[in-house]
Design a protein around this ligand. Structure first.
Ligand code: FES
Length: 152
């Protein structure tokens, strides 16, 4: 084989390798981007005939006592807290004033709305500020090693 033929074969081999690497990279990026989108669009849990989740389970280990875990439920932001080992409280995280997302203040033991200073207690009752009504409550119970949250 002549030197030019060897060189051409080497270039063809490099081109094939680069095409395969580019294809693999494109596939990895596509899967990496689409997985979270898919999990957002199709959350774990039971669904109604209309396709909306009405119940879901969270591993208990994901919600330590005294801490809050934010998640999406009924296609809206929601939060669950465990005041103690036996109890769980699940609420909509959407402020009842103008719809901002509340934040949990562990030090104060209450939800604070960053928009206009609304405050809610750990069960969603209004403590102060402009919110006209409590946070929407969901049914929550501890079942084995899971928190089960259902539409109330
Ligand atoms: S939106 Fe929460 S206090 Fe206004």
């Amino acid at each position: 084989m002549s030197e030019e033929t060897w060189e051409a074969a080497g270039q063809e081999s490099r081109r094939g390798f680069l095409n395969a690497a580019l294809g693999f990279f494109t596939l990895a990026v596509t899967v990496g981007v689409m997985s979270p989108v898919g999990m957002f669009l199709w959350p774990r849990g039971q669904k109604t005939a209309a396709g909306r989740a009405t119940a879901m389970k969270l591993p208990l280990a994901e919600v330590p006592v005294g801490e809050a875990k934010f998640f999406r439920f009924l296609n809206k932001p929601a939060v669950v807290i465990r005041p103690n080992e036996q109890e769980a409280v699940a609420l909509s995280a959407v402020c009842t004033h103008l719809g901002c997302i509340v934040k949990w203040s562990e030090s104060k033991g209450e939800f604070d709305c960053p928009c206009h200073g609304g405050r809610f207690d750990a069960k969603g009752a209004v403590l102060g500020g402009p919110p006209p009504k409590p946070l929407t409550a969901y049914a929550a119970r501890i079942e084995d090693e899971y928190l089960v949250i259902e539409e109330a």
